[in-house]
Design a protein around this ligand. Sequence first.
Ligand SMILES: Nc1ccn([C@@H]2O[C@H](COP(=O)(O)OP(=O)(O)OP(=O)(O)O)[C@@H](O)[C@H]2O)c(=O)n1
Ligand SMILES: [Mg+2]
Length: 433
Amino acid sequence: VLLLAQMWSRLLSPRVFVRAAFHWRTIYTMQLKTSEFKSLFTDGLNGIAELFEKHQYELRIAGGAVRDLLSGKRPEDVDFATTATPEEMKHMFQCAGIRMINNKGEKHGTITARLHNENFEVTTLRVDVQTDGRHAEVEFTTDWQKDAERRDLTINSMFLGLDGTLYDYFKGYEDLKNRKVRFVGSAEQRIQEDYLRILRYFRFYGRVALEPDDHEPETLAAIKENGCGLAAISGERIWVELKKMVVGNHAAHLLELIYTLELAQYIGLPPDGTVEEMKRVWQNAKEHSPKPMTILAALFHSPEEVEKMDLRLKVSKEEKSLALFLVKYRRELCKCKDEPDSLKPFTDFIIDSRELDTQSKVCELLKYQGEKKLLAELLKWSIPRFPVSGHDLRRMGITSGKEIGATLQKLRDIWKKSHYQMDKDELLSYIKA
Ligand SMILES: Nc1ccn([C@@H]2O[C@H](COP(=O)(O)OP(=O)(O)OP(=O)(O)O)[C@@H](O)[C@H]2O)c(=O)n1
Ligand SMILES: [Mg+2]
């Protein structure tokens, strides 16, 4: 009885409780000392770090950058999280004479400080108190785990102290090592906080998972159940995610999944998209860095479907024009049956076209069609200059504009037939004759 009483009182003693809680809440998996990590410590970061330390605010690297560093990649942008409130940060930076730039993110707790020509985005730890599936109303906190809890995926929910200590509350590092993409806590809840996370899940699946189709059934069920929430997400945000997903790993599988889970209709893709064609095109193109639209174009039956997609996603003019081009020419502009090794039909098309970007569009077409050899040749080819000008014809006595136009066209055809070999004199000799 005495022993039990002793054990009980030890368990209840604050010291043990705090330590137990500490271990449960924070898993110090490792101390990161990679070269990618060390290379982040520029004069700017050292300056910022010193300032936070002096004021006794905690400062850690957060989210995507931690994920990238743990995968051995140098992150493209680094977000920082802190226990300091935006007001406290502003005060601190002002006193230290550090410039802050466009405080638009301030409502969500983000302050951007500029030091040694570098920008540092620092966000106050927060909980999302209310979300409408798109935007969140936030409340600041000093609890690191609470901030981790509101993040989308376990691999995106970690913090890294500037001394290299990893703060990982949801086994994100284990998931990253096991190539698993999981939502933090309830997938359904995380999705309902921001439906765009459905597409983020797919994008990160492409980045992290080794195999296609290695999803947790509950995750897919939550996605299917909540897919219609994507309807309220802006086209611009959807397009940013979709584009990245389509050029990542497992893109064909993920696009097919978008169809199986019946999400296509909510994100501007044709509801009965030609998935088999898309899978073929992806196989053809995946090793040749296709543009996102090259893969997506395979899903469309018609130019009308491209227009519909554009209305929803507001893609760029170039992207839309590539989609229309591929849908129009994917079967019309093909290699010549008699001379399968010749680029001729494609180069003629480029030369006849009046637009500057036709060559790059035709390259995408060759990726679409899986014409690897022709693609390699076209990448090396440059448009030869047609050697005759209107000026030359005028010098030869042709004065009417109409006649000049017609003659130039005739000479162009002869020049094309000569495989662009004839020079000016040879071509002009056709006029004399
Ligand atoms: N809908 C979202 C968007 C972002 N985040 C959180 O905010 C971090 C930063 O978001 P963002 O920069 O958009 O994505 P990254 O994960 O950094 O990915 P990337 O490398 O593409 O920037 C994410 O890691 C994640 O913790 C989230 O929980 N839900
Ligand atoms: Mg990021």
